[in-house]
Design a protein around this ligand. Sequence first.
Ligand SMILES: Cc1cc(C(=O)NCC(F)(F)F)no1
Ligand SMILES: [Ca+2]
Ligand SMILES: [Ca+2]
Ligand SMILES: [Zn+2]
Length: 304
Amino acid sequence: YNAVNDAGTGVGVLGDTKTLNTNYSGGTYYLIDTTKPMAGVIETRTAKNLSRLPGSYSVDPDNNFNATSQRADVDAHYYAGVVYDYYKNTFNRNSFDGNGATLRSTVHYGRNYNNAFWNGSQMVYGDGDGTTFTSLSGSLDVIAHELTHAVTERTAGLEYQYQSGALNESISDTFGVFLDKEDYLIGEDVYTPKKSGDALRSLSNPGLYGQPENMSGYVNTTSDNGGVHTNSGIPNKAAYLTISTLGTATAEKIYYRALTVYLSPKSNFSNARAALLASTADLYGTGSTQYNAVASAWTQVGVY
Ligand SMILES: Cc1cc(C(=O)NCC(F)(F)F)no1
Ligand SMILES: [Ca+2]
Ligand SMILES: [Ca+2]
Ligand SMILES: [Zn+2]
């Protein structure tokens, strides 16, 4: 890429205008952002509604990415930059690997695809079918959720099944709330575009969307990798109680230290309680109000 970054503009999924870091080359502007320190490149591509990854670069002739077909591309690119900045500025983590790995996103994946995922190498977003979801890159908490799967993979490595998998899911939702500070909801900006006031999940009231909020409600199942998107309601409720009591600035330090120092691939919910308490003790001392708040949160969800 050329060293010079070009300030482009774009219209996002919700019709909002934003500035973009783009790269000009050979008469075309690319959604390639080279402004991040230590060469953390952010690049956004389109699968053109097929399922081949990574697809081709999202491009525009005049650096104004304002076509309806470009809205998902615009938000994937912009929000990836927001999440990159969050991890760098808050924890001095340079990309998901801590070493400036390229953040690659592909939008327009498949047809009417109602999901988003991290495939081990990159983020992938569907357009939704227009009823269950609109383009999933239109929601900062969804992008933070997906990118946090990459961070978890490179740190705690929580196995994606049963309790460690539900914990993996909960860490992603929790960082979704750390990024999207407006609410304790996940996906509200892209879920059921024809219906207002709902979301994919709620951390404050997991039961709203069929999730347990206490260990007494743990669902034993083999589907969905042992119910990882269901049982995440239990650690999600503990996260809500912790964040609402201590605030985001304190809670995010506790969670990031637990993720990077204490959690490991087979950690279960009880191990998570211990990891978060150890992290809190390191940061604020055992017996601190912060320590007691974390202990209380996990007791309230029935995890000891
Ligand atoms: C059931 C179920 C829920 C999810 C989910 O959370 N996807 C990530 C999101 F960001 F698209 F929401 N996947 O399967
Ligand atoms: Ca949200
Ligand atoms: Ca909705
Ligand atoms: Zn997930």
